[in-house]
Design a protein. Structure first.
Length: 638
């Protein structure tokens, strides 16, 4: 039996999303014929070429002039320039034509549409708005940033002229995210195919012809990949109904655990939950006639009378040490686009460079945070592997891909394992560059930071969340603001870039606490503790402690509608009455400036000048972070 794993649009463009690599590697370790394709990258590249842009032009011309967006008008006005430069720009972003940077940097090679207006924010009358970021050198990065703006302009054209739901990451996200019924997806899939759908159909048919699979696995990590995944499934079923299709991935594991709407099985045969290895082995045995349907593992099927059945024969999961090594064989590693959206050196890592994605442990060793889906398998089941085995996997991946950059995609990589991994890398003289996600806990001492840096660590991201000790305690984060300051400073002093995940609107968070949180964050930037950050609005989910026990957090959950499909986000009533949406605009504006070294001396209240309420002064000292760093209250790791 041949198995084809697909990455549906859209995930990311700079590196393959790793789920198919994990499954393909696991299946091959069991002697199973498995292949993989990235249709997300293929779909974008099918438009970003001269003939693809010509199709887009014809679509745009159908739109009455009065209804065309500024992006579409600019594209039509400068179409010849876009068509003559697109192939060269794509090759440059794929790392195949580095000398093109000189022409791009001349600023008279690329058509500069509405997205280039962002450069005005950095114009200092010198005639070079990017001089502060790249100086006289950095010509490759400068050109990649300009080329990325060029692609973003074209993305806007695809959205405005071809498919209003299109984005590079969140493609048709609203059709799937926390949708109580399957109807929005059903209606979209029943509608006449647009040009985006037709391209995806052709790519799917080409892939089926090339591989001739018996089973297709669709991995949907985010709501923004669900619509395209089902379009792929629709094409497969219309072409060869004998091909079986299974759906899994992070979105499925989180939001579809209670689905009862059988219409999804018009497109699929199976939907699996949580880690896919064990359910997949059971499914393969079933398809081979060696296992009855009643012994499937964590698998939804369509039963009699259009009833959705969850079959969950109890079998242990495959241990983390036995899942095999991920493989990227079959994916076009030389075709991914290394983009440079954000000029901040830490923030850019998510879209810049070809990273081998690897997990050093399954689940989270802390699994207490009240905002997190701690009851779900991807958090709650914590398993580790030896440092020796991890480095074996690293060496095997380097040999296959030729790339030494690794992104450890753990929920929170454990400090003890990272220490052992660093020592093993150094001992075996394996040279890599790596970054990952952690908790800012005290065991990350300055000494450990230096060791991690020596092993190749270049960056760390972690959750500061709400910079308030009261709220950190309420959310059971297990850290304090002072502790975060000390740990992040240790990383920065070791030459490791630091990104802070930040949150606003947590239950009972007051206006004063939000202002104080921004002041803490300002000081963390000022003291060189962090180099990057992002504020996101707190969302209550049904699988989190807040969603399960709202009374413990001072909120009242809003009634959910009748749900037969996706269930995740849930509204709540917070008695504080704070306008968190208004505050969010100021928080995001502030941190964008802080990441570019701007506005550090501004009165913190000025960032909220668009609000119609009196903003209080920060209630904390302007030297609270500096004093915390001086104390250096950290402990050693055993």
């Amino acid at each position: 039996m041949k198995i084809l794993s697909l990455i549906p649009p859209m995930t990311q463009l700079n590196t393959p999303y790793p789920s198919t690599a994990y499954l393909t590697g696991f299946l091959r370790s069991r002697g199973i014929d498995a292949v993989q394709e990235d249709l997300a990258l293929a779909l974008v590249l099918s438009f970003f070429n001269p003939s693809g842009l010509f199709e887009v032009k014809n679509q745009a011309l159908v739109i009455p002039e009065a209804y065309r967006s500024s992006s579409v008008n600019f594209f039509l006005d400068y179409f010849d320039d876009y068509q003559s430069t697109i192939s060269s720009v794509i090759a440059f972003l794929q790392g195949k034509d580095s000398t093109l940077s000189h022409r791009i940097n001349s600023r008279d090679f690329l058509p500069e549409g509405p997205r280039f207006s962002s450069l005005d924010a950095f114009d200092d009358d010198s005639g070079d708005p990017l001089a502060w970021a790249f100086g006289a050198l950095g010509s490759q990065d400068r050109a990649r940033h300009l080329a990325t703006l060029y692609l973003n302009d074209l993305s806007d054209v695809l959205r405005d002229a071809v498919d209003s739901r299109f984005e590079f990451v969140r493609y048709a996200e609203s059709l799937a995210g926390s949708q109580p019924t399957f109807t929005p997806l059903h209606d979209a899939l029943s509608a006449e195919s647009n040009l985006m759908d037709l391209h995806l159909r052709d790519l799917t048919l080409e892939t089926l012809h090339r591989h001739q699979p018996h089973l297709v696995l669709l991995s949907v990590p985010f709501p923004g990949a669900m619509y395209a995944a089902l379009r792929i499934a629709q094409t497969i079923k219309n072409t060869d109904p004998k091909i079986k299709i299974a759906l899994g991935g992070g979105y499925v594991n989180t939001e579809l655990r209670e689905m009862t709407d059988a219409r999804i099985f018009n497109y699929l045969d199976f939907v699996t939950l949580d880690s896919g290895e064990r359910p997949l082995l059971a499914l393969l045995e079933h398809l081979a006639g060696k296992r009855s349907k009643s012994r499937l593992v964590r698998t939804f099927i369509k039963g009699e009378g259009d009833i959705v059945e969850l079959i969950n024969w109890q079998e242990p999961d495959i241990p983390f040490e036995d899942v095999g090594t991920a493989t990227w064989d079959g994916l076009p590693l030389d075709s991914y686009l290394s983009l440079l959206d954000m000029l901040n050196p830490m923030h850019r890592l998510w879209s810049d460079g070809r990273w081998n994605k690897l997990t050093v442990a399954h689940g989270c060793y802390w699994k207490k945070c009240s905002f997190c889906d701690v009851s779900l398998d991807y958090i709650s089941r914590y398993e580790t592997a030896s440092a020796s085995l991890l480095v074996d996997r690293i060496e095997q991946i380097i040999a296959e891909t030729g790339q030494t950059g690794f992104h450890f995609v753990d929920e929170a990589a454990p400090p003890k394992i990272l220490k052992a991994l660093a020592e093993e890398l150094i001992h075996r003289k394996v040279v890599i560059s790596w970054w990952g996600n952690i908790r800012f806990e005290k065991t990350f001492t300055p000494e450990l930071s230096q060791l991690l840096a020596k092993s190749g660590c270049i960056a760390m991201s972690g959750g500061l969340e709400v910079a308030s000790n009261r709220l950190l305690d309420l959310m059971k984060k297990g850290v304090t603001v002072n502790q975060v300051a000390q740990v992040t400073k240790g990383f920065s002093d070791a030459g490791i870039l630091v990104h802070a995940y930040l949150m606003y609107g947590f239950p009972t968070q007051t206006l004063q606490e939000t202002v104080d949180a921004l002041e803490y964050v300002r000081q963390l930037f000022e003291q060189g503790c962090i180099q990057s950050g992002f504020f996101h609005r707190f969302t209550c989910t049904v699988h989190s402690p807040v969603g399960k026990n709202p009374e413990d957090y001072g909120v009242q959950l809003m009634p959910l509608p009748k749900i037969s499909f996706a269930k995740n986000d849930i509204g709540f009533i917070d008695s504080t009455g704070v306008d968190h949406d208004g505050l969010g605009q100021g928080l995001k504006k502030a941190i964008y400036n802080f990441m570019h070294g701007v506005g550090m001396d501004e009165d913190i209240r000025n960032w909220f000048d668009s609000m119609n309420v009196e903003i209080p002064r920060p209630s904390i000292s302007k030297r609270v972070i500096a004093k915390a760093i001086e104390k250096k209250e950290v402990k050693s790791i055993n």
